[in-house]
Design a protein around this ligand. Structure first.
Ligand code: TPP
Ligand code: SF4
Length: 430
């Protein structure tokens, strides 16, 4: 068998778990379809079944619990290409949590195959029952069973308009069922009945996977919708890329940088940290440098810290994470609080801080000045970046001033004043 899709070395599941059987069957089904691994997107949900994704050589996306079908909808609709296959792995827990996504995708008949790993319980969190668990299946919570009628996901999919829906037991070679599901024109659901060996076997000693149909009242049925209503997804042709409207930044200045340089600038929400960093990046590009920027701030964006990580480099930037901080700039108490642990870990480089907040002990050179006393709060981050340019000379402050003039800040701020203030501070602390 062709093994291009699944690396079977060290599969992650407990011994005897049928998630193995499904993963291997998916591998075999993809080989039978002869599809290029890069034409397949496997979207996994949270749960034991989902930790298989790193073993697949296809594209993989690991979603939030219950949301993998919603992600797959977006992926499938934006690919909008029947040659690309979207395969969702989800547990009965995730199916329960995200049932509305399943109904929505089936209703619109979005092209994807959903494999519901129905092992009758939440495996990863220790065996709690899900809404798909029949009363006759005993779980640890509650051990005495449950009288509520379970949801029948097969019929939900069928009644919502799925092109194809089938329930099978995790027994033998199920790859043909996966192939059939993936060939269905639109939304296909394959529910695979399993028993979790770690949390389901001891409580249900008498039950075998081949008896689940009869003992749990889960008919192994297949429903093929002869007239599935296909989703009306707008064709991709003519859709503008978000990048299309962006004009290239012309190179107008020079630089003196010989290697990559990483700057962390951190301050308070609402004081323009992100826009200062954005403009700095534009300025760096206008000097012929490569530049990247990443941001960190709380979900409540109007309070607390706001941090930007900027890397500038004369060569292409392949890694956008932080290997080494060269400059740490803290413009406020919030900013210093966020940066403290990074500053403590710096083995060299420079910390520039507003005088109101002393940095923790560090091997970096510390430069403090009254930045907040020199300009209004909304300009303090720009001033710190001008001071960095003044002290480092990596590119001319005029490039930063030009970049400011090109934004709506240009109408409100006089960069020349900031350049002069940076010169004064730079000569004091430099
Ligand atoms: C929204 C949300 N709720 C709860 C959890 C906690 N959680 C993690 S895994 C899991 C159970 C997964 O069970 P299932 O989807 O059936 O997959 P299995 O582990 O059985 O393969 C739960 C409840 C979570 N991660 N996210
Ligand atoms: S806990 Fe259950 S579902 Fe999870 S890997 Fe182990 S046997 Fe499989």
């Amino acid at each position: 068998m062709d093994k291009r899709y699944l690396d079977t070395e060290g599969l992650p599941f407990c011994k005897g778990c049928s998630h193995h059987l499904i993963a291997r069957a998916a591998d075999k089904a993809l080989a039978k379809l002869g599809i290029d691994p890069l034409d397949v997107v496997i979207v996994t949900d949270i749960g034991c079944h989902g930790i298989i994704d790193k073993r697949f050589s296809t594209h993989t996306v690991h979603g939030l619990h219950g949301r993998s079908i919603a992600l797959a909808m977006g992926i499938s609709a934006s690919l909008n290409d029947p040659r690309k296959k979207v395969l969702v792995f989800i547990g009965d827990g995730g199916t329960t949590i995200g049932i509305n996504h399943l109904i929505g995708a089936a209703h619109r008949n979005i092209d994807m195959t959903v494999v519901v790993h129905n092992n009758m319980l939440y495996g990863m969190t220790g065996g709690q029952r899900s809404d798909l668990t029949p009363g006759a299946f005993r779980t640890r919570s509650p051990i005495e069973g449950f009288t509520e009628k379970p949801l029948d996901v097969l019929r939900i999919a069928r009644d919502s308009g799925a092109a194809w829906a089938c329930r099978i037991a995790a027994h033998g070679d199920i790859s043909d069922a996966i192939v059939e599901a993936m060939r269905a024109p639109g939304f296909a659901l394959l529910e695979v009945l399993e028993i979790c060996p770690s949390y389901g076997v001891k409580e249900n000693r008498e039950l075998k996977v081949t008896e689940m149909e009869e003992k749990l009242g889960l008919p192994l049925e297949k429903h093929v919708n002869e007239h599935p209503a296909t989703a009306d997804v707008a064709p991709r042709a003519g859709v503008r890329s978000l990048l299309e409207g962006l004009a290239p930044i012309p190179v107008r200045h020079g630089h003196s940088l010989e290697g990559p340089l990483t700057i962390m600038i951190s301050g308070s929400a609402g004081e323009g940290v992100q826009s200062a960093a954005d403009i700095f990046v534009t300025a760096a590009i206008s000097c012929g440098l490569e530049a990247t920027k990443k941001s960190a701030y709380p979900v409540t964006v109007g309070v607390g810290f706001s941090t930007a990580v900027v890397t500038v480099s004369p060569a292409r930037i392949e890694f956008t994470g932080v290997r080494k901080i060269d400059w740490a700039l803290a413009s406020s108490a919030d900013g210093m609080q966020y940066l403290s642990k990074h500053i403590e870990g710096m083995g060299g480089g420079t910390v520039m801080a507003d005088a109101s907040n002393a940095p923790p002990a560090t091997a970096a050179a510390v430069k403090s000045a009254d930045f907040r006393g020199a300009v209004p709060p909304k300009e303090v981050n720009l001033l710190m970046l001008f001071t960095l340019l003044e002290m480092s000379g990596i590119f001319p402050p005029e490039a930063f001033a030009d970049a400011i003039a090109g934004t709506k800040l240009g109408a409100r701020i006089d960069p020349q004043r900031l350049i002069e203030a940076a010169k004064v501070i730079g000569s004091t602390i430099g």
